[in-house]
Design a protein around this ligand. Structure first.
Ligand SMILES: C[S@@+](CC[C@H](N)C(=O)[O-])C[C@H]1O[C@@H](n2cnc3c(N)ncnc32)[C@H](O)[C@@H]1O
Length: 285
């Protein structure tokens, strides 16, 4: 069997399973597994596949047909135009989280002094790693990424190695601030914010393949914000700021949680669907 025929088998299977772009996904899976450029498939269609190649490919096609997300099969997901390793212990980075990177890049545009960043609930490390890669060109950045999940931390460290930042970012286990020692200029967090009662209604791909600990924010989805707002003052420099992602319709409640703890809202950013998605706070003077 050649590349073309095998990919056709994959495409037909995915189409039967109602996957939206069966041809695209079949070619993509084949090219990722065999480490060939996506477009090479078109020029190499007549090449013969080995039995091992075919069996690896078909196993992955079956997983895709069963609803496993492409990212979790390939083991990588793009965030801010870079690849990040993912697995079943990490939340797949989402495009709306990129708003945090854009905001911080703009906010510190004219800054010359070094910057200390803390990422709470770092997961794949996509936020803090992207910030380092974007900001380090101009200023000296240091920082910590913490998570309660040892398995997620393994992936964050792998991503730091992949992006050549192993010796720059400290990743360690912490229940929010429990093991954090220093003060920071910027504290970022995309905490779990789905209400417990809504978990069952999430799309299958999310519910089955993103870890519950990365999704569930307690009975009203706001517990992590309460925990963070409660302790943040101690870990934030006087003129520092906090940047958190929030879920749909949570923004006014999250503002209240932080304002009660003597923070002021600096800005609220909307995502592409006009949902208030990221809130920035600073110390109330
Ligand atoms: C929504 S995910 C965000 C992951 C990543 N920062 C991103 O934006 O893609 C939330 C992360 O918070 C972590 N987490 C949940 N509870 C935590 C806690 N009590 N302390 C620290 N991290 C926690 C989860 O393990 C998960 O990695």
């Amino acid at each position: 069997m050649n590349y073309y025929d095998l990919i056709k088998v994959g495409e037909k299977f995915l189409a039967k399973k109602k996957i939206l772009r069966p041809k695209y996904e079949s070619i993509l899976l084949f090219s990722k597994i065999n480490k060939i450029n996506f477009n090479n498939y078109f020029t190499n269609g007549k090449k013969i596949v080995s039995k091992t190649q075919a069996s690896i490919f078909l196993k992955k096609i079956i997983l895709r047909g069963l609803g496993k997300p492409l990212s979790k099969i390939i083991g990588k997901k793009e965030f801010y135009s870079r690849d990040f390793f993912v697995n079943t212990h990490t939340l797949d980075p989402r495009p709306e989280t990129e708003l945090i990177i854009d905001f911080i890049k703009n906010f510190v545009e004219n800054r010359l002094t070094p910057l200390k960043i803390l990422d709470l609930g770092t997961g794949t490390g996509c936020i803090i790693i992207s910030l380092f890669l974007e900001l380090n060109k101009k200023i000296n950045v240091t920082g910590d990424g913490v998570d309660i999940s040892d398995d997620a931390l393994k992936i964050a460290k792998k991503n730091a190695r992949y992006h050549d930042l192993s010796d720059k970012i400290n990743f360690f286990k912490s229940n929010w601030f429990s093991n954090v020692k220093n003060k920071f200029d910027i504290i970022v967090s995309n905490p779990p914010y789905i209400k417990k009662s809504e978990i069952n209604f999430l799309p299958e791909e999310v519910k089955k393949f993103d870890p519950l600990i990365s999704l569930c924010g307690g009975y009203d989805g706001l517990n992590p914000y309460r925990r963070i707002a409660d302790k943040a003052k101690k870990y934030l420099e006087k003129d520092g700021f906090i940047c958190v992602e929030v879920g749909n319709k949570q923004s006014s409640k999250v503002k209240k949680i932080f304002e009660v703890k003597k923070f002021t809202t600096v800005d609220v950013l909307e995502d592409l669907f006009n949902i208030e998605r990221v809130i920035i706070f600073k110390n109330k003077i």
